[in-house]
Design a protein around this ligand. Sequence first.
Ligand SMILES: C[S@@+](CC[C@H](N)C(=O)[O-])C[C@H]1O[C@@H](n2cnc3c(N)ncnc32)[C@H](O)[C@@H]1O
Length: 253
Amino acid sequence: MTEPDPLAVWRRHAGPCVLLDGFHALKHALRFGARVPVAVTTDRAAALALAADLAPDVREALDGLLAEVPREAYASLVARPHPTGVAALAVRPPREAGLRALARTPRRAPVVVLDQPRNLGNAGAVIRLAAGFGATGVVTTGPLDPWHPTVVRGGAGLHFATAVERLEVAELPPGPVFALDPEGEDIRGLKLPDDALLAFGSERSGLTPELRARADHLVALPMRPQVSSYNLATSVAMTLYHWSATGGAPRVP
Ligand SMILES: C[S@@+](CC[C@H](N)C(=O)[O-])C[C@H]1O[C@@H](n2cnc3c(N)ncnc32)[C@H](O)[C@@H]1O
């Protein structure tokens, strides 16, 4: 039987699938159960050596998946060639599965809500944080698509490790809303419950009136006077860290 042409398989799946750009994105997606119909590399031996070195748990899967293609063919598939010369397509999980995961109770880890975020890189960094802390998911409100290729690139393949969906404020899953705002109550005196929705405002204008109306608590991160605010993704990092340090999140083995 002849091997299928990887570029033909790529063209067939490119529309509905998401691009995994680089070795590490593919590694993470495989670890968290993504379905990957095609993966290419400009140097199979180098990619498998990298797997043996950094990710032996997925080496066998990569051995079965990776097809070597000429550098020009690879470059035609990606906006910017990645230093590892690896790219793959992954099937985006159905929205219903994401919504089910977000709505499931009792919830053992918070949902991060980004209210009208603007910056695709920030959204990707937040999804990576949510995956790292084992958050239930990341919800965005507003026009930004949390599965935009630039967000997926920033998330390093970790969209598959948490639920990622776009919703209206009125559709947010159940749970107490802790909205982060410099005018709120100092986070250091609070324990964030596992079923919390941790909400963060947009880079430009902060929390929307709709999100404020849904908030049960306004929470502030310690910040010296005269500093106006922190970056969105760093605010999420501090808040998830606080949740983990005050009882949430499994211990690192
Ligand atoms: C870059 S800030 C938004 C700044 C915006 N110019 C404003 O008017 O709020 C993005 C989000 O990060 C969170 N944030 C930043 N600094 C914070 C702080 N010191 N305390 C609590 N939340 C903060 C808030 O959720 C905020 O809406």
